[in-house]
Design a protein around this ligand. Structure first.
Ligand code: IPE
Ligand code: IPE
Ligand code: MG
Length: 252
C-alpha cells in the first residue's frame, strides 16, 4: 500500500538555522584562483540562502561570517574580508529592508573600523522594526566570547546589587547573550566537509541537529538549503519528507 502523502506544514521547519559558511578558499583553489575569489563568490550563496529562508518563513538564520579566530589569517585576507563586508552591507541592506528582514550583527564589533561600525549601526537601525526573517550575521563572533560577555553583564548587575546571585539562571543568562529573545538553534549547517563547531554559538546549539555537507560554500544554493531542512524534518519528526517537498513549500 502506498504511503499517504504528507502535507508539510511550516511548524515542522526549524525556527532557527545557523550556518558555518566554510570552504571559500578550497572552492577558489579548485578553480586555480586566489582565496579572495572564493569569498566574493560566497556572497551569491548568502543571497540565495537568505532569500530562501525568508520565503520559507524561517524565524531566524545566523550566518558565521568572521570568527574571533579569523584575525589570525594573513592581513591581506582579513582586510579584504572587511572591505567585502562593507560593500555587501551597503549594497544589500535596501533589499533586506524591502523584504521585511531584520538585520542583527552579533559579535564584538568594537574591533572594527569606525567606518564599518557606523555602517553596521545604520543598517541595523534601518531594519530594526521589520517583522519578517531575523538575519544574524556573526562577525568577530566567538561562542566563548558570547557566554563571557553575558556572564560579565550578570556579574555587574550582582555587583551593583541590582540582582541576587540566585537570579542567575539559564533563562537570565540566555537573555544576556547576543541572541536574546531568539529561539535556540534547531539546525546547524556546516559546508565543506569539516565536522567542527569552531567556537560558533555554543550555548544556543546545545540541542541543535548538526548537518554537514561536502559542498563548498560558494556552491550552496536553494536546493542545498532545502535538502538540509528535509534532513532535519526527517530526523526530528521521524517521517519521510524530501528536498522536493521543501522546494514545493518555497514555490507556494
Ligand atoms: C569560509 O571559508 C569563509 C570565512 C572563514 C570568512 P574559508 O576561508 O574558511 O575557506 P577554506 O576553509 O580555507 O576552504
Ligand atoms: C569558521 O570557519 C568561521 C567562519 C565560517 C566564519 P573557519 O574556516 O575559520 O574554521 P576553522 O579554522 O577551519 O575551524
Ligand atoms: Mg575554513
Amino acid at each position: 500500500m502506498a504511503e499517504p502523502e504528507i502535507t508539510l506544514s511550516a511548524d515542522k521547519l526549524p525556527k532557527h538555522i545557523a550556518v558555518i559558511m566554510d570552504g571559500n578558499g578550497r572552492w577558489a583553489k579548485s578553480k586555480g584562483k586566489a582565496r579572495v575569489f572564493g569569498h566574493k563568490a560566497g556572497v551569491e550563496a548568502v543571497r540565495k540562502t537568505v532569500s530562501a529562508a525568508s520565503r520559507l518563513g524561517i524565524e531566524v538564520i545566523t550566518l558565521f561570517a568572521f570568527s574571533s579566530e579569523n584575525w589570525r589569517r594573513p592581513e591581506e585576507e582579513v582586510s579584504l574580508l572587511m572591505e567585502l563586508f562593507m560593500t555587501v552591507l551597503g549594497r544589500e541592506v535596501k533589499r533586506l529592508h524591502k523584504n521585511n528582514i531584520r538585520l542583527c550583527i552579533i559579535g564584538d564589533t568594537t574591533r572594527f573600523s569606525a567606518r564599518l561600525q557606523k555602517k553596521i549601526a545604520e543598517a541595523q537601525a534601518l531594519t530594526a522594526d521589520n517583522t519578517g526573517l531575523v538575519l544574524n550575521v556573526a562577525a568577530n563572533y566567538g561562542g566563548q566570547w558570547d557566554i563571557l560577555q553575558a556572564a560579565r553583564q550578570l556579574a555587574q548587575h550582582v555587583a551593583d546589587q541590582a540582582m541576587p546571585v540566585e537570579a542567575i539562571t539559564e533563562t537570565t543568562l540566555a537573555q544576556a547573550l547576543s541572541t536574546a529573545g531568539q529561539p535556540d538553534v534547531d539546525l546547524l549547517i556546516r559546508t565543506s566537509g569539516e565536522r567542527r563547531i569552531s567556537n560558533f554559538m555554543l550555548w544556543q546549539m546545545a540541542y541543535a541537529e548538526l548537518y554537514f555537507t561536502e559542498q563548498h560554500w560558494p556552491d550552496f544554493d536553494e536546493q542545498s538549503l532545502a535538502d538540509a531542512i528535509a534532513w532535519y524534518v526527517n530526523r526530528e519528526r521521524r517521517f519521510g519528507c524530501t528536498g522536493e517537498q521543501i522546494q514545493a513549500l518555497l514555490e507556494s
